[in-house]
Design a protein around this ligand. Structure first.
Ligand code: 1CP
Length: 353
């Protein structure tokens, strides 16, 4: 029996994740894992200790490039994701940002028109220039079939942290603000869309081959707010990125959007859509994959648990999406306590069956 021809690693458009994002069905799906660089890796924890704080870590190209590359040395992944954070954008727009150990991010809160007007998009490219250097460094070191993914937070998800001043369980302050002062909220969305588009264009021009927009808090919104906070700002970003001449695939991730996912795909113009673990496989195969390639959607708790339950879930996802464009991933990020062996087992099973 002869092996199928190997893709030519020198032709970047032949990388398997790019094929999947063009909608091509493949014998085995490409795979990467949300938060694949992170605290479940001892070498990450070691590197992290050497940085004075998390923001400096993200903005030191040498360290950020190393964190980006670490998971690729252990696992046969199809993509690297730039090591950075979605909250660098509000910082670059003038918000104070600190990461407090054990508590997560803290920002100077944006709660009224004056604090929206105090933000600026003028400083984004200068403040975030180190990120483009990280992209260029990583790109130089990537080999073969591995593509580099750049990313940003979607305006709504980023705004939830800005308005609350920290993470929140139900995005309460942001939802109240959007209803109480729709005009200031709209202004904030417009500024965030412009800053985010500029930042994504910088990453693509520096060498990112795929872009991803994380809307981690897109669940629990009314139809009206989903339109104003998720669909319109994301569509705005996609339009601005395309208008700048960037044609790399864009993956949208409206986490928890459920039945609104087809509308999100049609109205935002994203190339592909990432699915969280609550999205039923058959429903997505029938209602989402015909519109756009899909990414996902193994429960991160199954990755933590491992064993036969994980294996069966992996096989079901691979089989469900085998007829079209599919990038294997989790439904949300890998957690710090996940055993490394489980990650190795996942990658191996997805790639080789
Ligand atoms: O202690 C540490 O080392 C910091 C933990 C950490 C890490 C590893 C944070 C703080 N950010 C990151 C990196 C990061 N963040 C990446 C890098 C690449 C990779 O995936 O390997 C990415 C893509 C993100 C994106 C991100 N940051 C999101 C969207 C994706 C998601 O998981 O929903 C969100 C919501 C954040 C905010 C954030 N950053 C960090 C924390 C603790 C938080 C708050 C999370 C929360 O509110 O639950």
């Amino acid at each position: 029996m002869s092996d199928p021809p190997m893709p030519d690693p020198l032709i970047s458009s032949d990388k398997s994740i790019l094929k999947a994002l063009r909608g091509e069905a493949q014998a085995r799906p490409p795979i990467w894992v949300m938060r694949q660089a992170g605290r479940y890796l001892p070498e990450y924890r070691e590197l992290r200790q050497r940085a004075p704080d998390f923001v400096s870590f993200c903005l030191t190209p040498e360290m950020a490039a190393e964190a980006t590359l670490q998971p690729l040395r252990r696992f046969e992944l199809s993509a690297a994701i730039l090591f950075a954070d979605i909250l660098l954008i509000p910082m670059a727009m003038g918000c104070d940002l600190r990461f407090v150990k054990g508590e997560g991010p803290k920002l100077s809160p944006v709660r009224d028109r004056a604090s929206v007007d105090a933000l600026t998009t003028d400083t984004v490219s200068r403040t975030l220039a180190p990120v483009t250097e990280t992209v260029a460094r990583v790109k130089e070191q990537l080999e073969g079939d591995v593509a580099l993914i750049g990313f940003a937070g979607a305006p709504w998800t980023v705004a939830t942290y800005m308005i609350e001043g920290e993470g929140s369980r139900d995005q309460w302050a942001a939802r109240v603000f959007a209803y109480e002062d729709p005009e200031s909220f709209g202004r904030l969305m417009t500024m965030l869309s412009a800053a985010t588009a500029e930042y994504l264009v910088m990453q693509a021009e520096a060498g990112a081959e795929v872009l991803k927009i994380f809307d981690s808090w897109a669940s629990g919104l009314t139809e009206d707010l989903f339109q104003r906070a998720v669909i319109e700002p994301t569509a705005d970003i996609v339009r601005q990125v395309r208008a700048a001449g960037v044609d790399v695939p864009i993956i949208g991730f409206p986490r928890g959007a459920g039945p609104a996912i087809p509308r999100y795909v049609r109205e935002t113009g994203v190339t592909a859509v990432a699915l969280d673990q609550s999205v039923p496989l058959n429903w997505a195969r029938e209602n989402v994959q015909p519109l756009a390639p899909v990414q996902g959607n193994l429960d991160n708790a199954l990755l933590r648990a491992g064993g036969p339950a994980m294996d069966a879930a992996i096989d079901a996802i691979v089989e469900a999406f085998a007829g079209g464009g599919h990038v294997f991933n989790l439904g949300h990020g890998i957690t710090p306590e996940t055993p490394i062996e489980n990650m190795a087992r996942l990658v191996n099973r997805v790639r080789h069956g």
